[in-house]
Design a protein around this ligand. Structure first.
Ligand code: COA
Length: 158
């Protein structure tokens, strides 16, 4: 069975992340979304909230599950018997950092492959911080995140 992990902070999950998850779920037998807990950026949503939001928007995908993790990504992948790390690339700006991370993870675990998926162009401008900033200004989030989680995000900014 081909298992992949899709890691990130998902603070919160966006349409861009969901697009990658949906496409990866067609390529792999199972996709485990990994929510990083110990983030140096102070997350707006707790790890439990972030996992909950992802579980809701991926409920239609039978082969996707979500878990949170601390520490090294390669260890999280091993725990879930995943041999592939999926990362989304939005613009060339993402490339250098992702390239470094992929090499580092390969050095830490030679069995672990990183595979990149190009983010759908209509989502290439989205990031979680932009969602948070817009939510802080009470802006329209409907283009950026799945509709069913908009009330949860708005509630954070009441
Ligand atoms: N659509 C929309 N937004 C996307 C996206 C996509 N397809 N892909 C990435 N983004 C956004 C994210 O929302 C995030 O936005 P933000 O900075 O506003 O929060 C930004 O792009 C960066 O994303 P990413 O590069 O995935 O970083 P991350 O912080 O979400 O996650 C980990 C980084 C978890 C993968 C990484 O820190 C990690 O592996 N940590 C574990 C420790 C470890 O093993 N380190 C390596 C060895 S030391």
């Amino acid at each position: 069975m081909r298992i992949a992990v899709y890691p990130g902070s998902f603070d919160p999950i966006t349409n861009g992340h969901l697009d990658i998850i949906e496409r990866a779920s067609k390529v792999f037998d199972k996709v485990v979304v990994g929510v990083l807990r110990n983030k140096s950026k102070k997350p707006k949503f707790t790890a439990e909230e972030r996992v909950g939001l992802i579980e809701r928007v991926t409920a239609h995908l039978d082969n996707v599950e979500t878990d949170s993790f601390d520490g090294l990504l390669v260890n999280f992948a091993k725990t879930h018997h995943a041999s592939v790390i999926i990362k989304g690339l939005r613009t060339v700006n993402d490339f250098e950092y992702e390239f470094q991370m992929a090499l580092l993870n390969k050095a830490l675990d030679s069995e672990c492959e990183t595979m990149f998926m190009m983010t759908n162009s209509k989502y290439s401008y989205i990031s979680s911080s932009m969602v948070n900033e817009l939510a802080g200004y009470k802006g329209d989030l409907s283009e950026l995140v799945p509709n069913e989680i908009i009330p949860d995000i708005k509630k954070k900014y009441e």
